[in-house]
Design a protein around this ligand. Structure first.
Ligand code: FAD
Length: 380
């Protein structure tokens, strides 16, 4: 059995690893991972690195729990520390409407297996003294944390190569066509014939699906990121806010070397060709206003770098995951709407299970591409 995976971000590399290490993988299994660029250099490397379940759509919660369990074991599984740290994730509340959102989420989350601590103003001051005095409450999810977006996809790919993965990075795909049995993927120097095809092309996954005759409504956007000079280490958890408007959204974390990585606010537009996401400096200035409202001590720090990445947002803000509704042997896992870094290891394990056994580890029905079967092909 030959499985081709198109797209070597976190989803493609994690899928390759879990396919090749699956206990039910046939002895004859061959997996080829194709990316037109370097492994992990798409949305994955640009990620903020939040491994967060707090605030997540409940339809993704079972997958997110499974993924967290894998993040905890990644160093053992991959033989490399990908800097997952369960530092906890605190979310601050500035006003009454946000307080209601936090309370509603916390009570509903219990039914989905997530317990978060609700903190009043005194608790917040005591536990997180770096937060502004204007913060009136907050919530804390103790097991959430962060990972290093530069390490994780290459670590999955290297581990998969040790299990036999055939890696075709820097390989531009010329055409992908269903064949009499399986799929024919044409690259400039090679034709890859595979029995099964997994589409993990990230923001470009919608184009790939469209070309194979099953469109999904996906728009690329560019979330905006920045990092400060290194500072004395004072902030252990990942920090965010319960926000009502995109303008209020801010999140940050202090890496072990002391720099504060931050993001938030509205995303910029980006086109899939060439897919180079740019930073809007006006947004960075606005982010710094919102960041210093949250953590006033950051008022005089220097930003040393800004960046962005091209991420796919599906209209209903849920990913496309599971078997094709049109072609036997075609599977999709794309369009993670800015939330895929946390889900990545779980998505890899889930796709391996679906492909090799036809069963699923968690409920993936809400993510099936058939929900868009009335979409029209864009004719790309
Ligand atoms: C700035 C930013 C911050 C983020 N922060 C967070 C966060 O804190 N927490 C969180 O959970 N999520 C976050 N996300 C989302 C998360 O990073 C993504 O959901 C996740 O990395 C998507 O992984 P992927 O493998 O689907 O896509 P990608 O990493 O984009 O990989 C897709 C790959 O497919 C390749 N490809 C595409 N088309 C073709 C083709 N035709 N032929 C060959 N190769 C192709 C690309 O080169 C690319 O390498 C963030 C995203 C961005 C952009």
């Amino acid at each position: 059995m030959h499985i081709a995976i198109l797209g070597g971000g976190l989803m493609g590399t994690a899928s390759a690893f879990f396919l090749l290490t699956h206990p039910k993988a046939p002895k004859s299994l061959k997996v080829t991972l194709i990316d037109r660029g370097a492994i992990g250099a798409g949305a994955t490397v640009a990620s903020f690195g939040n491994v967060r379940r707090q605030g997540r759509d409940f339809r993704q919660m079972a997958l997110a729990h499974h993924s967290l369990a894998l993040w905890i074991r990644l160093e053992t599984l991959l033989g490399r520390d990908v800097e997952f740290r369960a530092t906890g994730h605190v979310r601050a509340v500035f006003h009454q409407e946000a307080l209601k959102d936090m309370q509603n989420f916390a009570s509903a989350a219990l039914q989905h297996g997530l317990e978060i601590d609700q903190l009043d103003q005194a608790d917040i001051r005591r536990r997180f003294p770096f937060l502004s005095k204007d913060v009136i409450a907050g919530s804390f999810s103790p097991q959430d944390g962060s990972g290093n977006p530069r390490l994780v996809a290459p670590a999955f790919a290297r581990a998969a190569v040790r299990h036999g993965l055939v890696l075709r990075d820097h390989t531009q795909v010329v055409s992908i066509r269903p064949a009499s049995s399986g799929f024919r993927i044409e690259a400039p120097d090679e034709v890859i014939e595979a029995d099964l095809l997994l589409n993990t092309a990230g923001a470009w996954g919608g184009q790939v699906a469209d070309r194979l005759g099953e469109p999904a409504p996906l728009t690329p956007y560019a979330p905006q990121m920045g990092v400060t000079e290194p500072l004395e280490h004072r902030i252990l958890p990942v920090v965010g806010v319960w926000a009502h408007k995109a303008e209020e959204v801010i999140y940050c974390r202090q890496v072990e070397r002391g720099n504060i990585v931050f993001g938030g606010g509205p995303r910029e537009d980006v086109t899939l060709t060439p897919g180079h996401a740019k930073v809007n400096p006006h947004r960075t200035l606005r982010q710094l206003e919102v960041l210093t409202r949250l953590i006033p001590a950051l008022r005089h720090t220097t930003v040393i770098r800004t960046w962005s990445g091209c991420e796919g947002y599906v209209d209903d803000m849920l990913p496309v995951m599971g078997p094709s509704a049109r072609h036997d042997g075609l599977f999709h896992a794309f369009g993670f709407c800015g939330h895929g870094f946390q889900l990545g290891p779980g998505v890899g394990a889930e796709m391996a299970e679906l492909i090799l056994t036809g069963a699923s580890l968690t409920d993936t029905n809400p993510f099936h591409i058939a929900r868009f079967q009335n979409e029209t092909n864009s004719g790309i």
